[in-house]
Ligand binder design. Structure first.
Ligand SMILES: [Zn+2]
Length: 170
């Protein structure tokens, strides 16, 4: 799955910026310490620089992930110029763990620890759609990919769950 145009562009800016003296220099987007005639003596270590850049990647990745169910945080981190494997060559689970998610692995709404209250959930195999906190749905969920829609814009192939939407409202 290729990154969206927005994701590629955000990654390109994060990658392009030299974060190593970020606490000391206001020097616009695309700053490069190598070309900075006023570069001071202070710079972060390689590890500290990676931490700053990783945090920036996660903050932007949270928004992109919330907007796009197909967003891949690993592809994005790589595009930002970050390594996504551990020393032993495995996929580094810490990269995905930096995104705030609900129990289904969906990215939470930017700036909050909440899911979108106006969304309902279902799966391709299900006949019904549900509110995000429906215990009935959560217990029956087999880990298959979720689909979600704004309330009121659910395709007619799904009917409202009777637990979430007692008769008369939907
Ligand atoms: Zn339900």
């Amino acid at each position: 799955m290729a990154l969206s145009r927005d994701a590629r562009n955000f990654a390109a800016e994060i990658r392009n910026h030299d974060w190593s003296d970020a606490p000391w220099r206001l020097d616009r987007a695309g700053h490069s310490r190598a070309d900075d005639t006023k570069a001071g003596p202070d710079a972060l270590t390689v590890e500290q620089t990676r931490f700053v850049k990783t945090n920036v990647m996660w903050v932007v990745g949270q928004v992109l992930s919330n907007q796009d169910p197909n967003f891949d945080i690993y592809e994005f981190a790589e595009a930002c110029g970050l390594k996504t494997t551990t020393a032993s060559g495995r996929k580094n689970g810490g990269i995905a763990a930096g995104i705030r998610t609900d129990t289904y692995g969906r990215a939470l709404r930017p700036g909050t620890w909440d899911v979108d209250p106006d969304e309902v959930l279902t799966t391709a195999a299900s006949d019904f759609y549900h509110l995000a906190d429906c215990e009935h749905f959560r217990r029956g969920w087999q880990g298959t990919p979720l689909q979600w829609f704004p309330i009121g814009a659910v395709p007619p192939r799904w009917a409202p769950c009777a637990h979430c939407f007692p008769a008369g409202q939907s």
